[in-house]
Design a protein around this ligand. Sequence first.
Ligand code: NAD
Length: 507
Amino acid sequence: DTALILPRPDELTERARAALGRIGATATAPGPGTLTARTPVTGTDLEPVPATSVAGVDAAIGAATAAFAEWRTTPAPVRGATVRRLGELLVAHKEDLAELVTLEAGKIRSEALGEVQEMIDVCEFAVGLSRQLYGRTMASERPGHRLMETWHPLGVVGVISAFNFPVAVWSWNTAIALVCGDTVVWKPSEKTPLTALACHTLLARACRDTDAPDGLHSVVFGDAEIGSALVDDPRVALVSATGSTAMGRAVAPKVAARFGRCLLELGGNNAAIVGPSADLDLAVRGIVFAAAGTAGQRCTTMRRVVAHSSIVDELTSRIEAAYRTLTVGSPLDAGTLVGPLVDERAYDAMSAALDKARADGGTVVCGGDRVGDTGWYVRPALVRMPTQSSVVREETFAPVLYVMAYDEFDDAIAMHNDVPQGLSSAIFTTDQREAERFLAADGSDCGIANVNLGTSGAEIGGAFGGEKETGGGRESGSDAWKAYMRRATNTVNYSSELPLAQGVEFG
Ligand code: NAD
């Protein structure tokens, strides 16, 4: 029953090589050390990738600084043409890149394709944006004066990204940064170097095809030490870092100390409130995808359900029934819905969380057990908790869904917000008062608040990010581009007088 049919490790290496080959990337460039790409599908090695030295990071930042001098004065719509070309190459290589995402991050095929689609979408968004980097004109209080603002390119952007969205997070940052006139040095997760190599290769080709300057984009391979080299360098104007709250806690003070800018996209602990009037069919579908999809390894994964006491038992048993039908297995197989955890550490963290939950009086309704003995596959766990104890208030990056009950709506909102993180949130209700209250100033305290859909799977058109320990950053759509530019306020006097503001007289 628990045996898994998995591909042979050498077959996975072959598939990775073939996908890289079609993209035109080679993993064999010379370097001082190596980093070994691994696959969670079988928990085995794929390919060695050259690691970057600290001196290599310095050189990449130097190249990006030099390229910035040219790129910042390239007209924004011309910059957009490079991003348009990247988008075309992503369309052409969608399957290849998705294959690498599945191999390196363990995402099922449909989610891997969705991640690449998100890259294509953000390129389109950025191309449109390249003609819409609008500043405002304000009414001056002085006669014969014009008051306005201009948005200018910021400089070198250091992008640090997490393993679980190995390509999309890069594209959110890079497509927008490039049209904004910035250049980029990317430090991908040490767990996903091959997808990074593939993205860099496609962008390098887009740059060649559109005569964009060399050095516009570099990728540096390594762990936290290499990330730190980027964080500490005063030539890096913006550090956009995605990962755990622990990482953000290390990075943010260092960037602040040199008065650099930070954009932080950190951990989440996302919940849904399910009201007594909720459409339970819809709620169950929304909850199961958000909680068990991507094997619980999304920053927006649903980790908590706060359900009204009149429906909590029925809801829990319906989620349990759905959980029992989820197929756990190789993400390369068409029927699989739940792929592997990224590594043994993730499995250990999940087991420890379940032990703590039991110690706090929780009941594991189903799941939590390992499937097979190759890779780290688990059945998503559903846990009834008597209270929102400390383990529930932490982010465990695995598929564990805690269910708590409430009686009064105010208590549901209080419990919902009583966690350190503030990324995504949802309410399932058909009661308009509850829905509006959830979206109001005294409702959800998260950066993302949804009604009648789950917490994960955001569209690129909105600004993405969260409050509190999630870090406060916003990426992707809406006016998130402003984080990648600097604002200048300009006053022009076209009169022959020199009136001073606030009516000040001087001489
Ligand atoms: P992680 O924090 O272990 O690593 C993220 C990145 O930070 C990696 O590239 C890593 O090398 C780098 N890093 C770690 N410490 C560093 C330091 N001191 N200085 C510089 N760089 C450092 O996270 P992970 O395990 O790869 O990803 C999972 C975490 O990311 C979860 O907490 C998840 O919620 C979060 N995440 C957040 C978002 C978001 O948009 N809010 C998106 C995806 C993932």
